[in-house]
Design a protein around this ligand. Structure first.
Ligand SMILES: C[S@@+](CC[C@H](N)C(=O)[O-])C[C@H]1O[C@@H](n2cnc3c(N)ncnc32)[C@H](O)[C@@H]1O
Length: 254
C-alpha cells in the first residue's frame, strides 16, 4: 500500500507553501501536470530542485494512464501529482483518488492558493455573489459554442458574477482579448444584449507574478488596451451591484 498525493503549487514561487515543499520532497515519484494551468515561474526545472525524480506529464498521460499510476502505487511508490494553483479547483484529478482508494491506497490533498480565489479577492466584489464559473474554449472548427455566454447570462440576471477561465490548448493560452472577441461573436448568435460596448469587465493578468495586473475595462476599450502576456482570467460582474461594489470597480477602472 502507498499514498497518492495531489499537491497544489499556488500561482507562483511566492505562493508555494512550506507544506507543499515538504510533501514534494517526500515523494518517490513526482508527476508535474502542465496542462490545466500555467505559471510565470513554477517550471519543471524549478520543481526538480525539490525532487529530481520528476516526470512532466500531459492530459493524455493523466487521463489514459491511471493503470500506470496504480501500478506505481502497488510497487509501494508514493506518487505525487503536482498542479499549478489548487489541485481540486477547476481541475479533474479526483477520479485518480477514487481509483487509488478502491485499490486500497491512501491519499492526501494539499490545497494551495487558486486563481479562483485570487481573482475573487483582487476583484473586490462580494464573494457571496459569484455564480457558476465557465471556460471559454477555442472554437472547434467553424462552430462557436455559446454555452459560456448562456452561463454568464443566467448568472447575470440572477445578480451573480461569473469567473471565466480561458482555454489552454497545446501550450497556447487564450488572451482576454481573444475571449472577448469570442463573446462578441456569441452575442451576434444569442442576441440577449449581454455584451454591449459599455459593459464593464474585470481582467486579471499574470496573477501572482511580479508584473500582475487587475483592471476593469469597458468592452469598447478592450481592442486598444495593451495586455501583458497570458495567463489571463476574466470576471464578468452582474449589473445588480451593491454600492460598495460599484466603488470598488471604479478603483480598478482604466
Ligand atoms: C482551468 S484553470 C485551473 C485553475 C487551477 N487549478 C487553480 O486552482 O488555480 C486555468 C485557467 O485559469 C487562468 N489562470 C491560471 N493562472 C492564472 C494566473 N496566474 N493569472 C491569470 N489567470 C490565470 C487561465 O485562464 C487558465 O487557463
Amino acid at each position: 500500500m502507498a499514498t497518492l498525493k495531489l499537491i497544489g503549487l499556488g500561482l507562483s514561487k511566492r505562493f508555494l507553501t512550506e507544506k507543499a515543499i515538504n510533501e514534494i520532497k517526500s515523494c518517490d515519484i513526482v508527476l508535474f501536470e502542465t496542462y490545466t494551468s500555467l505559471s510565470c515561474d513554477l517550471t519543471p526545472d524549478f520543481i526538480k530542485t525539490l525532487n529530481s525524480n520528476l516526470l512532466t506529464v500531459d492530459r493524455k498521460y493523466i487521463e489514459n494512464n491511471s493503470k500506470e499510476i496504480i501500478k506505481l502505487l502497488s510497487e509501494k511508490n508514493n506518487v505525487c501529482i503536482v498542479t499549478i494553483g489548487d489541485p481540486m479547483i477547476a481541475t479533474t484529478h479526483v477520479s485518480l483518488i477514487v481509483e487509488a482508494k478502491v485499490k486500497g491506497h491512501e491519499f492526501v490533498v494539499v490545497p494551495a492558493i487558486s486563481v479562483h480565489c485570487y481573482i475573487m479577492s483582487k476583484s473586490m466584489l462580494s464573494s457571496y455573489k459569484f455564480g457558476k464559473s465557465v471556460t471559454i474554449a477555442y472554437p472547434y472548427g467553424e462552430k462557436i459554442d455559446t454555452t459560456p455566454y448562456n452561463v454568464i447570462y443566467d448568472n447575470f440576471v440572477r445578480g451573480l458574477h461569473t469567473i471565466l477561465y480561458l482555454d489552454l490548448k497545446e501550450g497556447k493560452a487564450m488572451s482576454a482579448k481573444e475571449a472577448i472577441e469570442l463573446l462578441i461573436e456569441m452575442e451576434r448568435i444569442e442576441k440577449k444584449g449581454l455584451i454591449t460596448d459599455e459593459r464593464v469587465i474585470i481582467i486579471g493578468q499574470r496573477l501572482g507574478c511580479e508584473d500582475e495586473e487587475v483592471v476593469a475595462l469597458k468592452v469598447k476599450d478592450i481592442s486598444n488596451y495593451k495586455f501583458k502576456e497570458p495567463p489571463h482570467i476574466i470576471v464578468f460582474p452582474t449589473d445588480k451591484l451593491h454600492f460598495m461594489e460599484v466603488e470598488a470597480i471604479k478603483c480598478l477602472m482604466k
